[in-house]
Design a binder for this molecule. Structure first.
Ligand SMILES: Cc1cc2nc3c(=O)[nH]c(=O)nc-3n(C[C@H](O)[C@H](O)[C@H](O)COP(=O)(O)OP(=O)(O)OC[C@H]3O[C@@H](n4cnc5c(N)ncnc54)[C@H](O)[C@@H]3O)c2cc1C
Length: 283
């Protein structure tokens, strides 16, 4: 059922703020205490409901039919890029779900796959944050995960990188570096690369606690969709939340692991690196 439209009781659009013109965004921004080291990413994302609607329309008309097959293929753009619009409330999940109704029947599998992410995965994250007091700290991950990571805390790490090295994309792994570059250039990263990005930070940090803090901080600093329930649930997923125990291995214990060789087998990772190089040329 679509939402019924109702009039806003106290409209704020014409509200005057003493000494400030709400239309003069540039002046307002100069007055805010924000991290100015991070440049705008407007050549990749433009905010606002009309922009979000146009982008979603492009997705359902052109790429949705490939979503089920390609959503783990980071070299493609067969995803919706809706997370920033959802995060800032420019579009509602209900609007997106209702738009799906008009899509032709041939795309049933794609539609179902999309709704699974938009409704199930997203609401799982919202519930997690709503019902977990310490959702933003290492202590929120499940007990079995804390235990197995503690048992492997002293394992030798082949690589250890500082937060600065990570943020500067200065690791030995060109796939990971490409993902970090995508994040900094665009304020976004493909979901499959977010998974790899997180897993490697767990592998390359001195302790899992440190990995958690650094990952959450970088996630929330650079992603347009950061500081969202999805941010906290997904970073915790890297450490075993909403997942099951896997085969035991060094550093990770029973936490799910991801390898560069897996990327090479499962997707066209070289093409992804080229895609990020092309994005860098647009800046
Ligand atoms: C380490 C890590 C960090 C992440 N950080 C964030 C974050 O800060 N903010 C954020 O919104 N998402 C985060 N995600 C989840 C997911 O990667 C993004 O929601 C998704 O990539 C956004 O792209 P999209 O809108 O094109 O997704 P699509 O694939 O088009 O999916 C549509 C919508 O479904 C929801 N969705 C999709 N995948 C997931 C998922 N795995 N979990 C929960 N909801 C999902 C999102 O609302 C998304 O906008 C993270 C995932 C990982 C593994």
């Amino acid at each position: 059922m679509p939402f019924k439209s109702s009039a806003v009781k106290r409209p704020s659009l014409d509200r005057k703020i003493k000494g400030l013109d709400p239309k003069d965004v540039g002046v307002i921004l100069t007055r805010l205490t924000i991290d100015r080291r991070i440049p705008p990413v407007t050549q990749f994302f433009k905010g606002g409901t009309s922009q979000g609607k146009a982008r979603f329309d492009e997705f359902i008309k052109g790429r949705l039919c490939r979503y089920a097959k390609n959503r783990n293929q980071p070299q493609t753009d067969d995803i919706s890029h809706m997370s920033p619009y959802l995060h800032f409330g420019h579009l509602s999940p209900l609007y997106l779900a209702l738009q799906m109704k008009g899509v032709d029947k041939g795309s049933l599998e794609a539609r179902e796959a999309y709704l699974e992410e938009l409704i199930m995965r997203r609401e799982l994250a919202i519930n997690f944050v709503n019902y977990t007091l310490n959702y933003d700290s290492y202590a929120c991950i499940p007990q079995w995960a804390i235990k197995t990571l503690a048992q492997h805390q002293k394992d030798r790490r082949e690589y250890i990188y500082s937060r600065i090295q990570l943020e500067n994309a200065e690791t030995h792994d060109e796939y990971w570096n490409a993902a970090m570059r995508e994040m900094k250039l665009t304020g976004f990263m493909h979901n499959y690369m977010r998974m790899y990005w997180g897993k490697k930070m767990l592998e390359w940090s001195r302790t899992p606690e440190q990995a958690f803090q650094t990952m959450l901080a970088i996630n929330n600093q650079y992603f347009l969709d950061g500081r969202d329930p999805n941010s906290y649930a997904s970073v915790s997923w890297v450490f075993g939340l909403h997942d099951r125990a896997w085969f035991e291995r060094p550093v990770f214990g029973k936490i799910r692991y991801m390898a560069a060789s897996g990327l090479e087998r499962k997707c066209d990772i070289r093409d992804y690196v080229k895609k990020v190089e092309a994005l860098a040329k647009r800046v």
